[in-house]
Design a protein around this ligand. Structure first.
Ligand SMILES: [Mg+2]
Length: 227
């Protein structure tokens, strides 16, 4: 790993969203979870440090359930609370995105512009909800930039399962060898590699300790990927 990698040698680049295109965990999801707790009259608030630990559980509804159980709720109560809170959290997340509170990671917009200018097809493979993913992509990059967008609304099996990536390969008609994925996390890299893709890991403060050793290239900065 970490020789060099030229994204322009691939026909398609497939982006993760959470933590990759946007620093959505810290500024988006965490805030939305807390606002949903506040609205529901719950005393719970997730600070940045605790949220870093909670991110070990993928999927928002599973994350709430796991947290409630860790703090003493029985499984049925935790499941019912998570099922009630999560849809509202998704609405709040959509509102945060609409208000511009969740900016792209530095260097992402430039990379997307450069790849599109080279005629490389751009895809998204996320297990985030389409209700907030599409407005986010549209606001920062323009939906028309993307040849295909696969979200958690269609693919409910979470990463590290490769299902989202396999769906991108299906809709794009591209061979895995002609595509490369960009991820920020261990689970994301594992999902991409399990789908037969090469993967670049652009880690962030929440994921720099993850095992991304199966990535073809690892960096902390998108500046390494632009010209
Ligand atoms: Mg991610």
């Amino acid at each position: 790993m970490n020789t060099t990698i030229d994204l322009r040698s691939f026909k398609a680049v497939i982006f993760d969203v959470d933590g990759t295109l946007v620093d959505s965990e810290r500024h988006g999801h965490r805030v939305a979870f807390n606002l949903s707790f506040e609205e529901a009259g719950l005393p719970d608030r997730w600070d940045e440090l605790m949220y870093g630990q909670l991110l070990e559980v993928t999927g928002g509804q599973r994350r709430i359930r796991s947290y409630l159980q860790a703090f003493g709720s029985d499984p049925q109560t935790a499941e019912a609370m998570a099922a009630r809170l999560h849809p509202r959290k998704t609405e709040i997340m959509r509102d945060l995105i609409a208000s511009g509170s969740v900016p792209p990671r530095p260097g992402v917009a430039r990379l997307i512009h450069e790849l599109a200018a080279c005629g490389i097809e751009l895809y998204v493979a996320t297990t985030g909800n389409r209700a907030w993913v599409e407005p986010l992509l549209d606001r920062h990059f323009g939906l028309s930039r993307f040849a295909g967008i696969v979200t958690g609304t269609e693919i409910t099996t979470l990463k590290p399962d490769p299902a989202a990536y396999l769906e991108v390969l299906r809709i794009s008609g591209q061979r895995a060898a002609d595509c490369i994925a960009i991820e920020d996390s261990g689970a994301g890299v594992t999902a991409a590699v399990a789908a037969g893709l090469q993967c670049v890991a652009v880690t962030n403060d929440y994921t720099h300790h993850h095992d991304v050793s199966s990535a073809a290239y690892v960096t902390r900065s998108f500046a390494d990927l632009t010209r």
